[in-house]
Ligand binder design. Structure first.
Ligand SMILES: NC(=O)c1ccc[n+]([C@@H]2O[C@H](COP(=O)([O-])OP(=O)(O)OC[C@H]3O[C@@H](n4cnc5c(N)ncnc54)[C@H](OP(=O)(O)O)[C@@H]3O)[C@@H](O)[C@H]2O)c1
Length: 324
């Protein structure tokens, strides 16, 4: 089969090699899936540079956190899936390939006719933002929520989830065009942080009170200034550090404010059954109550160009590799 492999870590997409490799063999508790589409995530950039969860002795490795396709082989101990069934899976690795392995706990069935490009883009963005906003953020109707990097895959999912519970959404993006698209997707207020100071704007838009929740993904100065956007009792949930460091342990804050760090990988490792929450999002997308924005697709062999596009930050929503 064709696959993208990383043999050595490096800072640019040049480390991605398009190669012929053997089709993996599923164990008794694993599924073999013919991949139709695999989505890119910011974490893929950390993986290729050796910053994310993989050590040199694990190389070579096939990146790709999540994908959709059809089951071609079912391990002997598996009862709940069958050959030919179309599924979406998030095994954390292996998706940049024509075939990939997943465990049943990381796999959910897809309804008839569900677009694999949309499906492949869904697990990380929806599960991360759902559990981060509900468990750490305790989001509820009437809350004011500031979502950093609204135009990211994660940001677009977070805006819809916050609006779903009737929160008021403020969000940031780096261009006016992204801001306009975010308002169309339901954001109440957008802040172009290249034109205005986002903290001043967040305080102005909340009449000086601050927001109840910040979903933070950028790190560094953005993290520090996001803390200053919190109202008394507000929660900052940090899920990423796209551009700067975040403290190892959250700072202690005044007047009941809290900061926490959330990882969907840690969450699903501790509670694998939470992956089933994805069924609800599949249904919501099917009913057109939620949207998955696909910026563009690339064929598998153009994975380097796809990652270059992600890193360049021109995209809005998700970038997906297709195998067919
Ligand atoms: N903790 C978890 O479990 C978890 C799971 C998934 C993702 N994440 C994190 O969530 C974030 C979004 O992920 P994603 O895959 O949706 O990413 P993405 O689509 O690549 O979006 C990242 C966005 O961040 C914005 N950004 C602002 N300042 C930036 C900077 N200095 N450098 C790079 N980007 C900057 C960019 O939009 P503008 O140019 O418009 O600002 C960029 O498009 C990432 O930090 C990722 O690591 C965390």
């Amino acid at each position: 089969m064709k696959a993208i492999r990383i043999h050595q870590f490096g800072p640019t997409e040049d480390v991605l090699q398009y190669e012929e490799v053997p089709i993996p063999k599923p164990g008794p508790e694993e599924l073999l899936i013919k991949v139709e589409a695999a989505s890119l995530n910011r974490a893929d950039l950390g993986l290729r540079s050796g910053r994310y969860r993989i050590s040199p002795e694990d190389l070579p490795v096939i990146p790709g956190r999540e994908f959709a396709g059809a089951i071609t082989a079912v391990g002997a101990d598996i009862k709940e899936f069958r050959v030919g069934e179309r599924v979406v899976a998030q095994p954390a690795l292996g998706g940049y390939a024509e075939y990939a392995i997943a465990k049943p706990a990381h796999t959910r069935p897809l309804p008839e006719g569900f677009d694999p490009v949309i499906a492949a883009a869904m697990p990380t963005i929806f599960l991360t933002t759902w559990f981060a906003l509900h468990e750490d953020g305790q989001v509820k109707s009437g809350d004011q929520v500031l979502i950093q990097a609204g135009g990211s895959g994660v940001g677009i999912a977070a805006i819809q989830i916050a609006k779903h519970v009737r929160a008021r959404v403020l969000t940031t993006a780096g261009t006016e065009e992204k801001c306009a698209r975010l308002r169309q997707l339901g954001a109440d207020e957008t802040i172009n942080y290249t034109a205005k100071d986002f903290k001043d704007e967040a305080l102005r838009l909340t009449a000086g009170r601050g927001v109840d929740i910040v979903l933070e993904v950028v790190g560094g100065d953005v993290y520090r200034k996001s803390l200053e956007c919190l109202a008394p009792g507000g929660r900052l949930v940090s899920i990423g550090a796209a551009a700067g460091a975040i403290p190892d342990s959250p700072p202690s804050l005044k007047e009941g404010r809290k900061a926490s760090r959330f990882s969907i990988t840690n969450c699903l490792t501790a509670h694998p059954e939470k992956f089933r929450q994805l069924d609800i999002f599949i249904q919501l997308v099917r009913e057109k109550k939620f949207t998955v924005v696909i910026d563009r697709t690339f064929p598998l062999k153009e994975a380097r160009a796809a990652q270059r596009c992600l890193e360049g930050r021109e995209h809005f929503g998700k970038i997906v590799l297709t195998m067919v």
